[in-house]
Design a protein around this ligand. Structure first.
Ligand SMILES: Nc1nc2c(c(=O)[nH]1)N[C@H]1C(S)=C(S)[C@@H](COP(=O)(O)O)O[C@H]1N2
Ligand SMILES: [Mo]
Length: 324
């Protein structure tokens, strides 16, 4: 069965949905509410029913240093980036993850590193977060469905983590497996080859642009954005960037990916953003940019999402129409 996704692009965004970050969090009433209940802010996070009505709750602040990789584009408001999501484990509508992802328990959390690697290990997320100073990087984020956002992600280069794991020379690819536990994701839709699997060629994963991502907008990732750790490879379509990763596997063969299993003719392994290679069901020449302007604007899609200077050399000699 082929599940059709994103068949219709969503309509205009109501301006009421676009609220500045601070106003959206409404910290004053959040704090007042917590005090009235006699619980601390952290305890409040654990109370189901209270935390998901507004979809986003106060998150752990992250210390970050500035990055040289920022794009100058206008940023997407926090409220939009955290309520308009693809995270199918929590439902297939864009608004579902923000409503449903409160069941994801992000502590304790470990990431298992295995396969063709010297330092096979299971790492605690808090150790992983401290491994390198985090940068805030403002990246373009382009979904294969022809919409895009501009998001300040917080993390450090995936390559620095990979180097520390000491992969064997035979490791040619790295696979990322997302959480799929029934406890965290009790209502996963059927028809998908869970867990969510994605992968990169090793040289792609080692490119400094590839971000091991723990936060966005200066705070720990909201669950719907892939807490507590996800990948962001900004020159590729969004689905390459697995959320809530629990396993990293080094392999000598190209790993299977969930969307490629679903429809190989639509979702290739590379999936570099490419305005010259249409999706079988729509053009990829343009995208609807969801940013701080009142309504999404249609803007031309850039080759490699505008990151060609950093990544084009990874694909020298490859036919990008065949290796889409
Ligand atoms: N585990 C998992 N990761 C996932 C997805 C998903 O459904 N499950 N969706 C992907 C798609 S299609 C996109 S566009 C991005 C969306 O990330 P965002 O919601 O933080 O913008 O996450 C990607 N990672
Ligand atoms: Mo996507």
């Amino acid at each position: 069965m082929v599940v059709r996704r994103g068949g219709s692009l969503e309509g205009r965004i109501a301006s009421s949905e676009i609220t500045p970050h601070e106003a959206f969090l409404n910290r004053r009433s959040f704090v007042a509410g917590a005090a009235a209940l006699g619980v601390g802010a952290l305890a409040l996070r654990q109370v189901p029913g209270l935390i998901h009505s507004g979809a986003v709750h106060a998150q752990q602040k992250l210390a970050t240093v500035a990055s040289k990789y920022n794009v100058p584009d206008a940023q997407t408001p926090f409220a939009k980036a955290t309520t308009y999501n693809n995270y199918y484990e929590f439902g297939t509508d864009k608004s579902d993850p923000a409503k449903n992802a409160h069941t994801l328990q992000t502590r304790p959390w470990t990431v298992e590193v295995s396969g063709l690697v010297k330092k096979k290990q299971t790492i605690d997320i808090d150790t992983m977060m401290k491994y390198r100073p985090m940068e805030s990087r403002v990246y373009r984020h382009r979904c294969v469905e022809a919409w895009s956002m501009v998001i300040p992600w917080d993390g450090y280069s995936l390559g620095e983590f990979i180097s520390a794991m000491d992969p064997l020379p035979s490791a040619k690819y790295v696979q990322f497996l997302s959480d799929d536990s029934n406890k965290d994701m009790p209502d996963k839709p059927g028809g998908f080859n869970w867990p969510y699997s994605e992968g990169l060629r090793m040289d792609e994963a080692m490119n400094p642009l590839c971000l091991l991502t723990f936060g966005c907008y200066g705070e720990a990732l909201p669950n719907q954005n892939g807490a507590p750790v996800r990948v962001v490879s900004p020159w590729k379509y969004g689905f390459k960037n697995g959320k809530s990763i629990v396993k990293i596997v080094f392999t000598d063969k190209q790993p299977h990916t969930l969307w490629n299993d679903m429809a190989a003719n639509e979702y290739g392994f590379y999936s570099n953003v490419n305005p010259n290679v249409d999706h079988p069901r729509w053009s990829q020449a343009h995208e609807r940019r969801i940013d701080s302007s009142t309504f999404p604007r249609t803007v031309p899609t850039l080759m490699f999402n505008g990151y060609g200077d950093q990544v084009a050399s990874l694909y020298t000699g490859m036919d990008l129409k065949k290796n889409f």
